[in-house]
Design a protein around this ligand. Structure first.
Ligand code: UD1
Length: 381
């Protein structure tokens, strides 16, 4: 390693993180002053929840794999804190980037802000006893403290030295919480960088044909939130929704490991498997999944990121949740909140509305990684 280079840790843990760190990793690799290193905590460990994304997004193997795996929230958070603290003490990164709102984001933020480096780092002529902490995708709020992610977001935003926001609502939430303006930098939506980076491969992906689907004639469903899948009653209601909607449209349903387990536990899998109009798949890699979404007529989901990707692509999205930390996807995009009782009405409304267009949101332009790298340079030099 070049002594003049700054060590930058990019924390990856779970599926939604990988699309957020990939563009930043590639951008930092071409900046001569940066030595970016990927730290994988191991929260998601199946090939198709993790390695497949590294391959698709042209990322190297993680530089460090903490191998922490699953567990309760406290277990995951505690184990990551302990393992990552050791890595910080050994590698002495100048800056640590945490992304999104998963448990590792919280755990690494706590580990970084409580560590004591001896001797201290020197940044811009000042002594720093710990690395600089930066949060990418800061300021999002669902105002629902029953979501573990809301707690992760709030704590991380309280601790981080710099808060990179995707949109104006992020800045507003942080200001309301008393964050000083000089900690907030609006950089845009990094997931759009991943899409643009991979656009050609996504658009030429053959998955739609291979599954015998007709572009624009099918829906994509994803479900994984504990509030939707952990109770037999709620999950069975959502399975009924899929059965009903599948009378008019073929549905492609890549099943998250948590959801697969619950469908089996609650005896709901067989009825789905028997329906020829519902295509059950393993979790899909990034390019295949985005290929399915980009060619679909609509998406039914409880994911955060997919609300943004469908807004960008102009694909109607029905979000099976009571709230969203991404309201811009509703006010300026193609997203609507719904529940098992009203999803079909809402679907009919969006499908009979005039044709959706891709939305051009400010700074959702595929250049976010570049702005983040510039911001890092400002912080460190
Ligand atoms: C986590 C994130 C959530 C994100 C989601 C995307 C938190 C609090 N939640 O939820 O914000 O939207 O990832 O998927 O961090 N499992 C496997 N193989 C894997 C990964 C998970 O079998 O590769 C199993 C786990 O062992 C566990 C279940 O799936 O039983 C849930 O995994 P977990 O990482 O705890 O939470 P997610 O629901 O994936």
């Amino acid at each position: 390693m070049d002594k003049n280079q700054k060590i930058i840790h990019l924390i990856a843990a779970a599926r939604p993180n990988f699309m957020k760190i990939a563009p930043l990793y590639h951008e930092l690799k071409i900046r001569p002053w940066a030595d970016p290193r990927i730290i994988h905590t191991g929260q998601h460990y199946d090939h198709n929840m993790s390695d497949a994304f590294f391959l698709d997004l042209d990322m190297p193997q993680p530089h460090i794999h903490l191998g922490v795996g699953g567990g309760s929230h406290a277990e995951q958070t505690g184990k990551v804190m302990m393992a990552y603290e050791r890595v910080v003490l050994e590698q002495r990164p100048d800056l640590v980037v945490v992304v999104g709102d998963v448990n590792a984001t919280l755990a690494c933020s706590l580990a970084v802000t409580k560590v004591t480096l001896e001797p201290p780092l020197e940044i811009k002529g000042e002594k720093w006893r710990r690395p600089v902490l930066a949060h990418l995708e800061a300021g999002l709020r669902s105002f629902d403290l029953e979501m573990p992610e809301e707690i992760n977001r709030m704590v991380t935003d309280t601790l981080a030295d710099v808060l990179w926001t995707p949109s104006a609502d992020g800045d507003m939430h942080l200001r309301r919480e008393g964050v000083a303006d000089d900690r907030i930098v609006r950089v845009g939506n990094i997931m759009i960088d991943s899409f643009e980076m991979m656009r050609e491969r996504i658009m030429s992906e053959a998955v739609v044909d291979a599954l015998g689907l007709e572009p624009g004639k099918y829906g994509v469903a994803t479900l994984h939130r504990p509030s939707n899948v952990d109770s037999a009653g709620v999950l069975s209601g959502l399975c009924d929704v899929l059965q009903r909607v599948s009378k008019d449209y073929k549905i492609v349903f890549p099943i998250h490991p948590r959801t697969r387990q619950r469908l089996l536990d609650f005896g709901l899998m067989v009825a789905l498997e028997r329906n020829p109009s519902i295509c059950l798949l393993e979790p899909q890699n990034y390019i295949r999944f985005m290929g399915l979404v980009a060619n679909s007529r609509f998406v039914l989901t409880d994911s955060g990121g997919i609300q943004e990707e469908t807004t960008y692509l102009g694909i109607p999205c029905l979000t099976l949740r009571e709230n969203t930390e991404r309201p811009i996807t509703i006010s300026e995009g193609t997203n609507q909140l719904c529940n098992a009782d009203n999803v079909e009405d809402k679907l009919n409304q969006v499908l009979s509305a005039s044709f959706s267009e891709p939305r051009l949101l400010e700074l959702w332009d595929g250049r976010t990684a570049c702005r983040v790298a510039d911001s890092i340079a400002n912080l460190l030099f």
